[in-house]
Write a protein that binds this ligand. Structure first.
Ligand SMILES: Cc1ncc(COP(=O)(O)O)c(C=O)c1O
Length: 360
């Protein structure tokens, strides 16, 4: 057992990373297409993968930008689609890096509370009604990071209707949606609304391997054209070898089996963490997610996850204090990632966490 068990990283466990699969696919990619892969490429990404992704999402390659991880596509959007001072709506809580980048790029943030079935569309409607209409709403629809929630079909439709009414864009960031343990898939927001209102981003970081750094964004062709130029100015072209390996995984039909394997690994971990909830202080609120990597805990009012982090670390367990995922507030919340550790580590980590929080 490691000295410190980390529930802090939203990364797949080592067992989820299939080195043999990637080695085989990278070798085949190089054998098939060595010159394109080993030369400077286009800013938009490895063309066959761009084409495959377009077909997978029912669109054309000029709608697709492949980036070195999906966060980079989001940052390009902040720099190209938005300007400093623009209003961006973020869920509260939201993915901490997305919030940090919005802040670093000088955006004004409209925080929209989260509910058990996803973002509070009525609160967003009230803000719009009051004249606070965002240019972009950034939402994580499935197995939210950090909240673990999935936005209901009704709310997806209501959000789209609101976007039509107030003429704002939605960015649906969905790296976890295919990692479902139970329940039924819900149609995506991009799928429901189409490309004139919604942009979509996803990643192979959670379904295949984060070290490959392959993510993508789907957006209108004119905007993608600007982003391709920006990519070109910044790094000439993204790394083509990992993209070509991912292409082989996808084109050979090997992705679904890998996703099923990773989903099973995550399911067992989620269950181990749910079992460990018995150690949490009385009054702790947690709704276990139906998929993905994260559990979100709300400690009884007055307890501070920030204040307890140091003691937790000394006791051999770490987490993300929920306050990192809010513009302000959230002191009594914390995010636990079960994704990166073994079920045994989860069991022990939850015991350690429980003893620290109960002593708190
Ligand atoms: C919601 C969300 N979006 C984007 C990312 C970034 O993923 P990538 O590794 O593709 O940059 C993450 C990673 O944790 C995430 O949770």
């Amino acid at each position: 057992m490691p000295d410190v068990i980390s529930f802090a990283r939203g990364a797949p466990a080592p067992e989820a990373l299939d080195g043999d699969l990637i080695a085989r696919c990278a070798t085949e990619a190089l054998a098939d297409d060595p010159t394109v892969i080993l030369s400077y490429g286009t800013g938009g990404g490895y063309p066959p993968l761009r084409e495959w992704l377009a077909q997978h999402h029912g669109t054309t390659a000029d709608h697709v930008l492949i980036t070195n991880g999906s966060l980079e596509g989001y940052v390009f959007l902040l720099e190209t689609f938005l300007s400093p001072g623009d209003l961006i709506a973020l869920e509260a809580p939201t993915y901490d890096r997305a919030m940090l980048q919005a802040q670093l790029h000088g955006m004004e943030i409209l925080s929209i509370p989260m509910q058990l079935d996803g973002l509070d569309v009525d609160a967003l409607a009230a803000a719009c009604e009051a004249g606070r209409v965002p240019k972009l709403v950034y939402t994580i629809p499935n197995f939210h990071n950090p909240a673990g929630t999935t936005i209901s079909l009704e709310k997806r439709k209501a959000l789209i209707a609101l976007a039509e009414r107030y003429d704002f864009w939605i960015l649906e960031d969905d790296p976890y949606g295919r990692l479902r343990f139970e329940g039924d898939d819900i149609p995506g927001i991009y799928e429901l609304a189409g490309p004139d209102r919604v942009m979509f981003s996803s990643s192979f970081s959670k379904t295949l391997a984060p070290g490959l750094r392959v993510g993508y964004l789907i957006a209108p062709p004119q905007l993608i054209g600007s982003l391709v130029k920006q990519a070109n100015r910044t790094y000439i072209s993204p790394a083509h070898l990992p993209e070509a390996a991912v292409y082989q995984v996808c084109a050979q039909g090997l992705l679904p089996a890998n996703i099923a394997r990773v989903t099973n690994l995550m399911h067992v971990r989620r269950d181990a963490m749910v079992d460990g909830l018995v150690h949490m202080p009385a009054g702790t609120i947690c709704t276990p997610p139906e998929g993905g990597f994260f559990m979100w805990l709300e400690l009884p009012e007055g307890m501070s996850a920030d204040a307890m982090l140091q003691r937790a670390q000394e006791a051999g367990v770490i987490y993300v204090a929920g306050s990192a995922c809010f513009v302000s507030g959230g002191a009594n919340t914390l995010r636990l990632a079960y994704s990166g550790v073994s079920p045994d580590e989860i069991t022990l980590g939850m015991e350690r966490l429980g003893s620290v929080l109960n002593a708190g």
